[in-house]
Design a protein around this ligand. Structure first.
Ligand code: FES
Length: 146
């Protein structure tokens, strides 16, 4: 079968869909490969992600990846969320077909963009935060020209 049971489960019952009105960080990125959009909302308290929600115009793999990614960072310190990679998300889903891996990048980048937004709101330049790498979130990180 093309998709793992976990992918199907998260696609059919996505966790943490929606938006947070008083979010501490909001990130939106577009996928250059397919043009799909992902928006991520973070509620952060004392550097811990207390709530996270997402909205996407992405495909099923993007929905499953974001659902899994939000589960993986919820309740975690910001420093840990910064390290989340799309590879780790794909692995947690028991894999994605190769041509769908780019969909999981959307989730990783939206989280990073939301964290960057969180730092900016605190008056901190995300680039100066240890361990933060924009890692190619060029789609959403409009403060960069690369
Ligand atoms: Fe666009 Fe998957 S095809 S996010």
């Amino acid at each position: 079968m093309l998709y793992s049971e976990k992918v199907m489960d998260h696609f059919e019952h996505p966790r943490n869909v929606g938006e947070i009105v008083d979010a501490d960080g909001v990130g939106q990125v577009g996928n250059p490969k397919c043009g799909d959009i992902m928006k991520m909302y973070l509620k952060i308290d004392n550097d811990v992600i207390t709530d996270v929600k997402f909205k996407t115009f992405g495909c099923g793999s993007a929905i499953a990846s974001s659902s899994m990614a939000t589960e993986m960072i919820k309740g975690k310190p910001v420093a840990e969320a910064m390290k989340l990679t799309n590879a780790a998300v794909a692995e947690a889903l028991d894999g994605l077909p190769g041509h769908k891996l780019h969909c999981s990048v959307l989730a990783e980048e939206a989280i990073k963009a939301a964290l960057a937004d969180y730092y900016k709101k605190q008056g901190v330049d995300p680039e100066t935060v240890e361990g933060f790498s924009c890692g190619g979130c060029c789609g959403g990180c409009h403060d960069h020209d690369h």
